[in-house]
Design a protein around this ligand. Structure first.
Ligand code: PLP
Length: 437
């Protein structure tokens, strides 16, 4: 008789176990949404939007900020505000959501995919330095899942090579590096408020920046090319922006209803981040004791860590199973369908990143060759996705401290009984799903 739930054994958590769910809201959010519905201010630089924008910018310790439609256009606007465009090279991590690289191609730049560190899944800065060429204009750093890139070294690299730094902070609302919010270090940062994110309005995005000049550009980029009108006055900028600060663009605004959910979410964000961080530290301390499991590295400069996903890796060679088998077994133990899964597909083989599929990117043979993701070698990303990486959405960290012990016990149970899993394919395991008691 098998011990593991995926093979018919008794699961560690029964089907009736209630796990925390995301997103969450409070009655006050619903009341503000209803109030907006009854008002005649639904969009266009509304008061709720700018109240949120100023509070969120201040929380992360940045100077200026503005809402936008989503995190994808946020990256695109960051590039455009910095004047990055045709044939400019931008260094991007090979492990990220496809939007980070797709936004570069959408401004006709060339994303140069760079491998990551095996113990943080963040940009490997030695490889970043090696990838810099005379055409490089910027680095987009993605502080992925629950780790932060070495910001101090990154800033030194950018300064030495005269490069812009864009921080893609889609995973990092509420993270602090040496007491200062991430997203305030780069020239521009970009954020996502899509449903799964730790600060969410279903969809939505944000940019932060360091200078008034960049703010004016970001303002006009999100608002059909209009210059900042100083109505309302935000960030103390009392004068309308000169016409020549405006750039042609489209409509990338968000609505007052979204801003209402964000304002409510922001009141809870810091407490939620602290709760997840405490649980992640505890869970990591338990996982670190299990042979065959490696926890992610937390840099000493991180003073508060937000988690979009919680990740760890397994020693696939030693255990004789890969991460897909391991995740399926873990999900069965916890009665959590699909919660644990491998980290992102590397962008050189990602089904959702196909830059040549859009006619607007057909800018000649040289450009076609330059943006072909297959030209990049990303062995660490590939190993993490195909063999060793395990990740789960941040909602697992919103359960109780005792639940962290259940997660660790489930991992240990699989490792203790890993022999049962060897040689069983993910497809074969599927037939056991639903049979577990
Ligand atoms: C790292 C990263 N960058 C950018 C994005 C794009 O954000 P959005 O979905 O709001 O367009 C996401 C969202 O999934 C992300 O995870």
């Amino acid at each position: 008789m098998s011990q593991l739930a995926i093979l018919g054994g008794k699961p560690l958590a029964g089907k009736n176990k209630k796990w925390a769910k995301w997103p969450v809201s409070e009655e006050s959010d619903a009341q503000l949404v209803a109030k907006i519905t009854r008002s005649n201010r639904w969009s266009f630089d509304g008061p709720v939007e700018w109240e949120f924008a100023q509070k969120f910018t201040a929380y992360q310790g940045a100077k200026f900020g503005a809402c936008c439609a989503n995190g994808t256009v946020g990256i695109q606007m960051a590039l455009e505000a910095l004047g990055i465009g045709a044939y400019d090279e931008v260094i991007v991590p090979g492990m990220t959501w496809q939007a980070t690289a797709a936004a570069c191609v959408d401004v006709n730049a060339i994303p140069v995919l760079c491998d990551v560190e095996p113990d943080t899944y963040n940009l490997d800065l030695d490889r970043v330095e090696a990838a810099i060429t005379p055409k490089t204009r910027a680095i987009i750093v993605v502080h992925l899942y629950g780790c932060v890139t070495d910001i101090d070294r990154l800033l030194r690299i950018c300064k030495k090579n005269n490069l812009f730094l864009i921080e893609d902070c889609a995973h990092q609302h509420g993270t602090f590096w040496k007491g200062r919010g991430v997203g305030s270090f780069g020239d521009v940062s970009s954020w996502s408020f899509q449903e799964s994110k730790v600060l969410s309005s279903g969809e939505g995005g944000f940019n932060m920046c360091k200078t008034k000049e960049l703010f004016y550009k970001l303002y006009s980029l999100r608002n059909c090319g209009r210059p900042y009108p100083a109505d309302p006055v935000v960030f103390g900028l009392k004068k309308a922006a000169p016409m020549d600060t405006a750039l042609q663009s489209g409509n990338y605004r968000l609505t007052e209803w979204q801003a209402a959910l964000l304002l409510g979410g922001l009141t809870r964000l810091d407490k939620q981040v602290k709760g997840r961080d405490a649980n992640a530290i505890y869970l990591n301390s338990l996982l670190a004791q299990i042979p065959g499991v490696k926890v992610m590295r937390r840099r000493s400069q991180v003073t508060q860590q937000s988690y979009f996903n919680f990740a760890f890796s397994i020693d696939a060679d030693d255990l004789g199973v890969d991460n897909r088998q391991f995740c399926q077994a873990l999900n069965a133990e916890l009665a959590m369908p699909d919660e644990f899964e491998p980290p992102y597909e590397p962008l050189n083989g990602c089904g959702l990143y196909k830059p040549l599929s859009k006619t607007r990117h057909h800018l000649g043979a040289a450009y076609k060759k330059a943006i072909d993701p297959k030209r990049f070698s990303l062995p660490v990303c590939e190993d993490a996705n195909k063999r060793t990486g395990v990740s789960a959405h941040h909602q697992i960290l919103m359960n109780s401290k005792a639940d962290m012990e259940i997660f660790a016990a489930a991992v240990k149970k699989i490792i203790d009984n890993v022999g049962e899993l060897r040689g069983v394919t993910p497809g074969e395991m599927k037939k056991y799903q639903g049979l577990a008691r």
